[in-house]
Structure formats: C-alpha cells, structure tokens
Design a protein around this ligand. Structure first.
Ligand code: GLN
Length: 294
C-alpha cells in the first residue's frame, strides 16, 4: 500500500510537470511514468471517492469510458503537435505551452491518462496519426475535407482565419493583390494549400518549415507577403518591426483535434471531455490566458 501511495503521489507530481513537456524524458523518468500510470488506474476507482456532485459523476463516466480506451502507449495519451504556433503551442524553456497544450492536458486529466506531447513537423502530424504512433493531434489544425480522408476531427474548439502579413506601406492591401507576388507560407498548412491555388495565376509560393521563418523572410524583403493563421500572425508581427496584418481575411476556418480515421472510441472520449470543459467554462479560461480580447 505504501508503495502505491508513493507511486500515486509521484503520479500527481508528474502529471503536473509532464503537462507541458515534450515527452523526451530520460529512461528512468519513462520507467517511473509507466509504474505510476498503473498505480493511477487502480486508484482511479470512482467508488473510492467521496464526492457525489453531478460534475464528479460525469467525470467518473468519462474516466470509465477512458478505461476501455486503447492508446498508443498504455496509460498515456500521446499527442502530436508542431510547437511553432503561438499562442496555441510553443516552447517556453523546456516546456511546450499554449492553448492546445493546456486543453490537451485537461482532456488527458479527464480520461485519467498521462499526456505525452511530441513536437514534430506540421506535415508529419497526419502520417503519425495514420501509423498509430500517436493517439491524437492538437496543432491549431484546421478542419478540411481533404484531411477528413485520412483523419477524423473532434468537434471544433476555436474559430480561426488565414491572414495576410505585409511590410508597412506595401502595395498589397487586400488578399486579391497576392496575384503574381512571392508569398511565404508554412509547409503543409492551409495557408500553403490556398496560396498554392494562386500559382496558376502567376503567384510564387515560398514554403518554410516554421511560420516564424516565413515572417523573417518577409521582414528581410525576400518574400512580398506571408499567409498564416491570425493568432500566430499577431504574435509574430508584435515581435517584428515594420510589419502589418491586412484587415481582410484570406479564409475563415475552424480548429479541431484529430484522431486516426475510425478511432471512434477516442474521438467520443475527446468530444465528451471537450463538452465538459466547455460547460465548466474551462475552455474560455484557457483561451483568455493566452489571447487578450481586443
Ligand atoms: N491552421 C493551419 C492548418 O491547419 C496551420 C496550423 C499550424 O501551422 N500549426 O493547416
């Protein structure tokens, strides 16, 4: 019993520190995590808890459902993301923080699983889900029909748009002016997809592996504009002199979590957890931490 308690205490401490971690812990850490995951499952018996509120029983239901979930690594929920996308996911010291990282931690918590975040290239996210190496993705990922061929999306949790960033005083004043220009995008994103459509009209697309690199190229005059999601656009422009965001959006989009196509059990569990977080006001609270209302 003593061993179990110690393991559980450790599990709680680890859950707190692992929430924003990249998951590349040492061998010892990995072993500890595996032991504690087992202890956590045993201790998660809802009957052992005193609380009898409706919220608690709802949570117990979600956890019970999660008990039947088969995940990529036992006791863990492996999320893939590309942590170059503030304020949704970015590095802060050794940690990956941001809106998606926090929502994912809250989902994993509700499912009684330990969240592991893997930071990979944006265009590797869907292959990683399809191969079954990761359980889900949260990456400011826009729901598109093309992606729905390979993955299933959860209910959407954020509205988004593609914006155009230019140098102050640019002759590009609306998205229509991108025709014939050199436009920087992040490889494999919807920005890439939509600007690629303009190639037929003489637009040149420069693809970067990180959004911020595209913005740096713009500030050095190597590209005429950058098309990227609105929230990272605001962060990057605030960090760079002489750039502005055009008022008109290039597209309107919505973000969702993604799972391997056909993984209905996990998809339902994520949707239930998202609904609970939404109802409890936790989603809004997480967003408010990172995005200040204008
Ligand atoms: N929302 C865009 C997409 O889904 C960009 C996401 C990202 O760069 N992380 O393609």
């Amino acid at each position: 019993m003593k061993k179990k308690l110690t393991a559980l205490t450790l599990a709680v401490a680890m859950a707190a520190t692992m929430a924003g971690c990249s998951g590349s812990g040492s061998q010892a850490e990995t072993e500890a995590a595996e032991t504690t995951a087992a202890a956590e499952t045993e201790a998660a018996d809802p009957a052992a808890e005193d609380e009898s509120t409706e919220a608690a029983s709802e949570e117990a239901e979600t956890e019970a459902a999660a008990g039947e979930l088969k995940t990529a690594q036992e006791g863990k929920l492996v999320m893939v993301t590309n942590a170059e996308f503030p304020p949704y996911e970015y590095h802060e010291g050794d940690e990956i923080v941001g809106i998606d990282a926090e929502i994912a931690a809250a989902i994993a918590d509700k499912l009684g699983l330990e969240l592991v975040i893997e930071d990979i290239a944006f265009d590797s996210i869907i292959p990683e889900l399809v191969s079954g190496k990761a359980d889900f993705a949260m990456a400011g990922m826009t729901v598109t029909d093309e992606r729905k061929q390979s993955v299933d999306f959860s209910n959407t949790y954020a509205k988004a748009s593609q914006k155009v960033i230019v140098q102050e005083g640019s002759d590009i004043t609306t998205p229509d002016d991108l025709t014939g220009k050199i436009v920087g995008v992040q490889l494999g994103t919807t920005g890439d997809l939509y600007v690629t459509d303009l190639e037929a009209e003489g637009t040149t697309v420069e693809r970067f592996s990180k959004g911020f690199e595209a913005v740096q190229a713009l500030s050095q005059g190597k590209v005429d504009a950058v098309v990227i999601d609105e929230q990272p656009a605001q962060v990057f422009v605030s960090q760079t002199e002489g750039l502005v965001i055009l008022d008109d959006s290039f597209t309107d989009e919505e973000y969702a979590a993604a799972v391997k196509k056909g993984n209905t059990a996990l998809l339902n569990a994520i949707n239930d957890a998202l609904a609970e977080l939404d109802e409890a006001g936790e989603l809004d609270a997480i967003v408010a931490k990172y995005i200040t209302a204008e």
